[in-house]
Write a protein that binds this ligand. Structure first.
Ligand code: NAI
Length: 409
């Protein structure tokens, strides 16, 4: 039997901005929702008008959502960031108005891993230099300094989602794979954990970085780490710009200690395609510089479109906040014939008590109840055995601790 939703799906207003991949709209439509697409980034009044009208707002990286923009978001149920990161949204402000934010942290994993392997193979054959010379009309056929990668050692720093995929791809072309991670990780394929970072640096012909950004990994690779790397080895950074000390890398490249390097990320990156790019590595031979395109493939964009839409649909349909970045994470299977209430509230003592008192007075049974908190926000999913929805909602939503109350079915 089809679930009967208290708030009909055709009344839910979903806005997708910035040419989010059509897979997102298709996923919503297959789930019975309709979508309005706006092909550009918006700001100011245009944005606040949409936020006022929207139940669901989907953005990519160029629409910035501040606490001021969210001030009149009466209906807004959730925000989807169709990106890997979520920097474009003021996350605490979104939580304060009861809107979980979802993203797609791993949809571009394979794309980044493939670019790492592409860098590795290209550097080993001096492709950047050879190609640049051909464009200048110089034919330079020579085997000097070019190598097969089979039998060489790849050292992966950060053996998470991307690092593991890089390892598997690299093994397929005959590399021996070692990794270093601050956490204990199960090796995939024939990969092995190195004893520590220093021994990984010393043993590797190629180093590929896949750690998170932030203070803990700032300049993880500096002059002393580069000095530990083998003479004639290669460095690839597709992770975050601050992970490598670029001055030190430049020196290692110019002195010939490093044979080549590939960078996709930089300490400071242009805001858009019309801004220029300046970096101390520009012009250094056998260095591949790409404009942060690790995750920029049509396949990754499609995966992101689908993954974020699925998270938003799960939140709309059953209240699941699995994967939300600013909200308590709750997932509760629904029971047949139950009536589900979602209650987002300020995380202060007594919230559950207030609700249970209302339920007790109405003479209904609670089939299941799950409360979770995250910072200032509490989120309760409750299934009742009787439909007392409207009355319960009215009484709950006027509680002083209430932020947003929703009856699902
Ligand atoms: P993940 O979270 O799955 O893996 C990161 C791994 O690094 C974890 O296993 C963690 O334990 C480890 N780690 C953390 N600090 C470390 C340290 N100091 N030394 C060694 N290991 C450490 O992340 P994922 O998805 O694999 O992403 C990795 C990086 O790739 C991130 O910086 C991410 O921002 C970047 N990225 C870049 C893209 C691009 O377009 N170039 C696209 C997507 C992600």
């Amino acid at each position: 039997m089809a679930t009967k939703y208290s708030f009909p799906k055709d009344k839910i207003k979903i806005y997708l901005l910035e040419k989010i991949h059509p897979a997102a709209a298709e996923t919503f439509e297959q789930a019975g929702y309709s979508v309005s697409c706006i092909p550009k980034a918006i700001q100011g009044k245009e944005l606040t008008d949409i936020i006022e009208d929207a139940h669901i707002l989907g953005v990519r990286s160029r629409t910035r959502i501040t606490s001021d923009d969210l001030a009149n978001s009466r209906r807004l149920l959730s925000i989807g960031c169709f990106t890997v990161g979520t920097d474009q949204v003021d996350l605490p402000a979104a939580a304060k108005v009861g809107a979980p934010v979802f993203n797609a942290p791993h949809s571009s994993t394979r794309s980044v891993a493939e670019l790492s392997l592409a860098n590795l193979l290209s550097l080993a054959r001096q492709m950047p230099e050879r190609s640049a010379k051909m464009h200048q009309g110089v034919w330079e056929k020579s085997a000097d300094g070019s190598h097969e990668v089979r039998g060489k050692t790849l050292g992966i720093i950060g053996y998470g989602h991307i690092g593991q995929q890089v390892g598997l791809l690299a093994e397929a072309v005959g590399l021996n794979v070692y990794f270093y991670d601050i956490l204990k990780k199960l090796p995939l394929g024939r990969a092995s954990a190195a004893e520590d970072l220093q021994s990984l640096l010393k043993m590797s012909d190629f180093i590929s970085l896949h750690v998170p950004g932030g203070e803990e990994t700032r300049n993880l690779i500096g002059a002393s780490e580069l000095a530990l790397m083998k003479k004639g080895s290669y460095l690839i950074n597709l992770s975050r710009g601050n992970v490598v000390d670029l001055e030190a890398a430049r020196e290692a490249l110019l002195s010939g200690h490093l044979m080549g390097a590939g960078f996709d990320v930089y300490p400071s990156e242009p805001a858009g395609n019309s801004d220029g790019f300046e970096n101390i590595l520009c012009g250094v031979p056998n260095v591949i510089l790409t404009p942060h395109i690790g995750g920029s493939t049509e396949e990754a964009q499609k995966n992101i479109g689908r993954e974020v839409a699925e998270s938003l649909i799960a939140y709309l349909d059953n209240g699941s906040t699995e994967g939300a970045v600013n909200f308590p994470r709750v997932h509760l299977p629904s029971f047949p014939n139950s009536h589900r209430i979602l209650y987002v509230h300020h995380n202060v003592p007594g919230a559950l008590n207030d609700i249970n008192q209302i339920i007790a007075e109405l003479d209904v049974n609670i089939d299941s109840q799950y409360l979770s908190t995250y910072g200032d926000i509490g989120y309760l999913i409750m299934d009742l055995n009787k439909s007392v929805s409207d009355e319960v909602r009215e009484r709950i939503s006027v509680l002083p601790k209430a932020i947003k109350t929703r009856i699902l079915f």
